[in-house]
Design a binder for this molecule. Sequence first.
Ligand code: FES
Ligand code: FES
Length: 213
Amino acid sequence: MSTVSSPGTPEGMPPHPEDGTRRSFMKQAGGLLGLALAPPLVAQAERLTAFSNNIQGATDITLRVNGQARLLRVEPRVTLLDALRERLDLTGTKKGCDQGQCGACTVLVEGQRINSCLALAVMQQGKEITTIEGLATGDELHPMQAAFIKHDGFQCGYCTPGQILSAVACVSEGHATTDDQAREWMSGNLCRCGAYPNILAAVRDVAAHSAQG
Ligand code: FES
Ligand code: FES
């Protein structure tokens, strides 16, 4: 019975040595290639997990959240959202889709709004992170929090922390100067209760006052 040699292994030659270095390199390269070729329909969170599964081991990191340095030990695949909620007990940041589609998990990093479900915690070291818990000054609400209450900008409130943080950034970016513009730049934050008219009123109210001030 004839034998078939495996591709790339000439007849009579020993197979290539499979030392750990080569194997782990191929594993990493394969993971990166898979990540690059993954179709856009694959959830970003799955893509991150696929990548980080190739890098193992927990790491000690320090996150600067709401003005405080917080030390925690996380695996590289842990998202910023899970680090905030499950390791630091900052449950004001909500998990909706966990796929970058609803905006419930919005936080500010260096003043920029991001979906924390799409960000790895280990990549946020040294950056200033603001969650809904850090927006008020003592007992004094942030103007955007006060405006949401004034304009009844929430019903169940699940989307509200993300909406408020996104709204704060939207105004500071200068993207809330008209109703249409504010709607467009807030469109990454979904509200299942449909509180959009009241959310818009709150955003425009704060934008108008900040323009005057
Ligand atoms: S939970 Fe992050 S965008 Fe939906
Ligand atoms: S207030 Fe219920 S999801 Fe927005």
